[in-house]
Design a binder for this molecule. Structure first.
Ligand SMILES: [Zn+2]
Ligand SMILES: [Zn+2]
Ligand SMILES: [Zn+2]
Length: 303
């Protein structure tokens, strides 16, 4: 840290400033895709196609499966952020990326997709080639979770839901603060209104958690399905919990508490947990914290 502070701070600052411009001639004189002169578009994330500049058709075509990347357009002095929807990208569901559907239908004009890069307006078409595949199923098959089952207007990518789940369980990040962060990633100056999708995001996270529990419990492989789930079948096996014959001393169920020295009684005791699941466990005191925190994280994570 000291070496960086004393010798390299200016270098790092200059490199950051350098990214505000177009870079060196080899990447901005001709389009990185078709070779056309004077390209003006690049991807803000640069994790997909690097710092090269592209013409509009090439940047749109290269983001056919990356609709939540932000695009920057060089206006002669600086880069201006653009959305792929404004540049003409239309996602076609039900067919390989970049191909068209002979029986497509447009979605709601205000369709919004929440992703780790922000909150995006998206233009997409559903496929009507197979009427058995519902529109919401087409969304799930590209890893977008719809907030409603009818009048589909908001989705969240599986990636952003997983990120929130982890941050919420380990970092105690609330849905409100998480959504606020995504809004700032979308528009940091607050001058452009960002679609308010808090209620929709809550629905998505609740559905995701319930469905994940069902999946982990194997309910998808049971003919009776989700609604055939019996009481307690979603409880997790906890390796920290005492199990008879594994990590409990012989005679654990016949302890003579009166004969046990008073200062050792706290080592073993019964614990009863609630919130939908009932646990009768003989716990060692040192395991209490792990038991409680692990079950909260796995099951009861709150919004
Ligand atoms: Zn091009
Ligand atoms: Zn990109
Ligand atoms: Zn089709």
């Amino acid at each position: 840290m000291l070496t960086w502070a004393n010798e390299h701070q200016d270098e790092y600052l200059n490199e950051m400033l350098r990214l505000e411009g177009r870079g060196y001639p080899a990447i901005y004189l001709t389009c990185g895709g078709c070779g056309r002169a004077d390209p003006t578009f690049r991807c803000e994330h640069q994790t997909c196609y690097g710092p090269s500049l592209f013409c509009q058709p090439c940047i749109v075509q290269r983001h056919a499966v990356l609709p939540t990347h932000w695009i920057q357009q060089w206006d002669g002095k600086y880069f201006v952020r653009q959305s792929l929807k404004d540049l003409g990208l239309v996602i076609q569901l039900g067919h390989p990326a970049g191909t068209s559907c002979p029986n497509s239908t447009k979605v709601h004009k205000d369709f919004v997709l929440i992703d780790v890069t922000g909150i995006h307006d998206i233009a997409l078409n559903y496929c009507l080639c197979d009427s058995n595949i519902k529109e919401r199923q087409q969304l799930m098959r590209v890893c977008w979770w719809p907030a409603t089952v009818r009048t589909l207007q908001t989705c969240a990518t599986f990636a952003v839901v997983r990120l929130f789940q982890t941050l919420n369980c380990l970092g105690k990040v609330s849905a409100h603060n998480f959504l606020k962060s995504l809004e700032l990633l979308t528009n940091n100056d607050g001058l452009v209104p960002v679609p308010d999708r808090r209620r929709a995001f809550h629905h998505i996270v609740c559905q995701y958690r319930i469905t994940l529990m069902m999946k982990h419990a194997g309910r998808g492989h049971d003919p009776s399905g989700v609604h055939g789930t019996a009481q307690g079948e979603l409880a997790l096996w906890c390796h920290a919990c005492p199990q008879a014959g594994i990590n409990l001393p012989d005679g654990w169920d016949n302890i003579n508490w009166d004969a046990m020295p008073e200062d050792l009684r706290c080592v073993s005791f019964f614990f009863r947990g609630g919130e939908g699941l009932q646990f009768w466990s003989l716990l060692q005191a040192s395991r209490y914290k792990y038991f409680f925190s692990s079950h909260r994280i796995a099951i009861f994570g709150s919004l």
